[in-house]
Design a protein around this ligand. Structure first.
Ligand code: HEM
Length: 217
């Protein structure tokens, strides 16, 4: 698809360098972020057996042991809520940065042209105005009714605006399918004694990885 793409104005195709850069961006932006999302999700499920149980009930009802396919995605409703809540507490892209073109006033603060504004999903997703009891892992926050009650920009794991994540939908579907496939066969418990701590690098990773012990369901 990338090789066939033509510039709308010049009609040119991409040269090899551009193609390579596009592929690298898709692989890097698309792999680590989704992998990290799943790592945090396994951690949260390991800490919340009640949520893990409910997730497995949904998987048993919808899939009955089958490997999920694209057509199952709309029915894996709770699975999706678990991932969305995991992305709230541990957004892999924990900060995004914007350069300011023109002087502006935001929330009473003067923002001079040329300055850099840092927006943190991690902080916003813990704002108690939008997220009561913010540290609590609660997938119920993502029922359609509760989502409709919140301002749209209270939740920005994929950023917002014209440069928001282009892989947003793909990432959610991919995470949903992987979680459903693995969770119906295995429990992954965080290794006893392992201290879990976030490490805010380019992505928000668990410091020292996430050693787990697997058992079959
Ligand atoms: C859970 C997984 C993911 C998260 C949390 C995530 C998060 C983000 C965020 C926050 C941005 C915007 C950065 C900014 O505003 O400065 C972004 C941009 C981007 N993402 Fe994702 N992403 C994920 C998965 C993916 C996947 C699967 C792909 C590709 C298959 C992808 C490709 C991209 C690309 C190409 C951009 C740059 C878009 C642009 O600048 O126009 N991402 N992502």
């Amino acid at each position: 698809m990338l090789m066939l793409t033509r510039d709308e104005e010049t009609g040119e195709t991409m040269n090899d360098r551009q193609l390579r850069d596009e592929v690298m961006t898709l692989m890097l932006a698309g792999h680590e972020t989704t992998a990290t999302t799943l790592t945090w999700t396994w951690y949260l499920l390991s800490e919340h057996p009640d949520v893990a149980r409910r997730l497995r009930e949904e998987l048993a009802a919808v899939l009955g042991g089958r490997t999920p396919t694209m057509s199952d995605v709309p029915n894996l409703v709770y699975t999706r809520m678990v991932i969305e809540e995991s992305l709230r507490l541990y957004p892999p892209a924990w900060v995004t940065v914007r350069k300011v073109d023109n002087d502006d006033i935001i929330g009473g603060y003067h923002i001079p042209a040329g300055s850099t504004v840092v927006v943190s999903a991690y902080v916003l997703h813990r704002n108690p105005t939008f997220w009561p009891d913010p540290e609590r892992f609660d997938p119920e926050r993502f029922t359609p009714e509760r989502v409709a009650e919140r301002p749209r920009f209270a939740y920005i794991p994929f950023s917002a605006g014209p440069r928001q994540c282009i892989g947003n939908t793909f990432a959610l579907v991919e995470a949903q399918l992987i979680l459903a496939t693995i969770a119906q066969r295995y429990h992954l418990d965080v290794a006893p004694g392992h201290r879990v701590a976030p490490e805010p690098l380019i992505t928000l990773r668990p410091k020292g990885g996430m050693p787990v012990i697997g058992r079959t369901v």
